[in-house]
Design a protein around this ligand. Structure first.
Ligand code: FES
Ligand SMILES: [Fe+2]
Length: 358
């Protein structure tokens, strides 16, 4: 099957780049649910500070396992509340001991009479724990009902999940583009061997872009072992696999399936969370699910190798997108001469759905 774009459609795009709207100056839309920490990072009674696009947020897990998120600053003198201590189900600032509840409301100033008028407190965030992560809704709380909570189907019986959490020093868009564009397998030649991706289909909708790739060539034996672990028969990776990568704003998924199968051998969910105000740093959270092979214990045996392999692949991607960010910083604007139509669609989607940074 040929890609569903024609060469002459390329002229629809501005020559290489729209300088009026620099993608690297587009912030991730805060009106979605985003993971900001792994569940294991949030210990009982140990406030944990994170940021979303420079906005400081403190996550709290109380003794009774209640999880909440409020602004990570004391209304009094701006000290991070993540430096504070828990006092029952309330959070006490480490400096003068002002006390906040789970809604961010200031409920007490310990050294003043009870009838003293006190400030309201700080902002709170909608917060949910799911899929081994702590999610917050950084945008307008009233919009939370209008966007679906991410639907990550973790099927522990059939899949084993590997969790990722890594800081990457680049704008989130570099990573979203990187995964969509499988033509960068050349970068991974040391680990992947000689694999040649071909885009066989691409499509898009109001809030998504999807690409299907087929691979040919000779994968590195380790790559074959890792990618083939979940298979029933002795089939090589290149025999039939279809890789589907979907950016459904603001999330990204990747699945590897046989052409007539709806049961992927591999599923990946990734989220890139801007850390700083300029959004030149992001925190990448991922869940990689590998279908369990019929032979019990095989996956457990291969797991360290898989972890090593995926870690090495990610390290190469991290290196290259951070290099892209450095080039961008040097040039001060986006000089990319991107011409792959699929990538142009992704860039348009990110611009359309994002919020320009000030
Ligand atoms: S700065 Fe937090 S109580 Fe004073
Ligand atoms: Fe890559």
């Amino acid at each position: 099957m040929k890609p569903n774009w024609k060469t002459d459609e390329l002229v629809q795009y501005a020559p290489y780049n729209d300088y009026q709207q620099d993608l690297r100056k587009i912030g991730l839309n805060p009106n979605f649910w985003y993971p900001v920490a792994q569940s294991q990072e949030l210990k009982k009674d140990k406030p944990h500070g994170v940021t979303f696009g420079g906005e400081p947020i403190v996550l709290v897990r109380t003794k009774s396992e209640q999880v909440f998120a409020i602004e990570d600053r004391c209304a009094h003198r701006q000290i991070p509340l993540s430096m504070g201590v828990m006092c029952g189900s309330k959070l006490k600032c480490t400096y003068h001991g002002w006390l906040y509840d789970e809604t961010g409301k200031l409920t007490g100033v310990p050294y003043l009479p009870e009838d003293t008028p006190i400030p309201k407190g700080v902002k709170s965030y909608l917060c949910r724990e799911a899929y081994g992560h702590i999610f917050v809704f950084p945008g307008k709380a009233e919009l939370a009902q209008t966007v679906p909570f991410p639907d990550v189907q973790i099927n522990e019986n059939d899949y084993k999940t590997m969790y990722f959490s890594r800081r990457v020093n680049c704008h989130y868009s570099f990573l979203l583009e990187n995964l969509m564009d499988m033509n960068h397998q050349f970068l991974h030649r040391r680990l992947m061997g000689k694999v040649k991706p071909s885009l066989i289909e691409n499509s898009k909708g109001e809030n998504w872009v999807e690409a299907k790739y087929k691979f040919s060539g000779e994968p590195h034996p380790t790559a074959n072992l890792v990618l083939a672990a979940g298979r029933d028969k002795k089939e090589t990776v290149t025999d039939f696999d279809i890789m589907t990568i979907r950016t459904e704003y603001p999330y990204q998924t990747l699945t590897v399936c046989g052409p007539n199968s709806d049961s992927p051998v591999l599923k990946l969910w990734v989220y890139y969370i801007p850390v700083d105000k300029e959004q030149k740093i992001n925190h990448s959270f991922g869940m990689l699910m590998i279908r369990r092979p019929k032979i019990p214990g095989l996956l457990t045996l291969l797991w360290p190798l898989m972890r090593y392999f995926t870690g090495e692949i990610f390290a190469e991607d991290k290196m290259i997108v951070e290099t892209e960010q450095k080039a961008y910083d040097l040039q001060g604007t986006d000089w990319n001469q991107e011409i792959f139509p699929l990538l142009l669609d992704v860039r348009e989607l990110l611009k359309k759905k994002g919020i320009p940074l000030n």
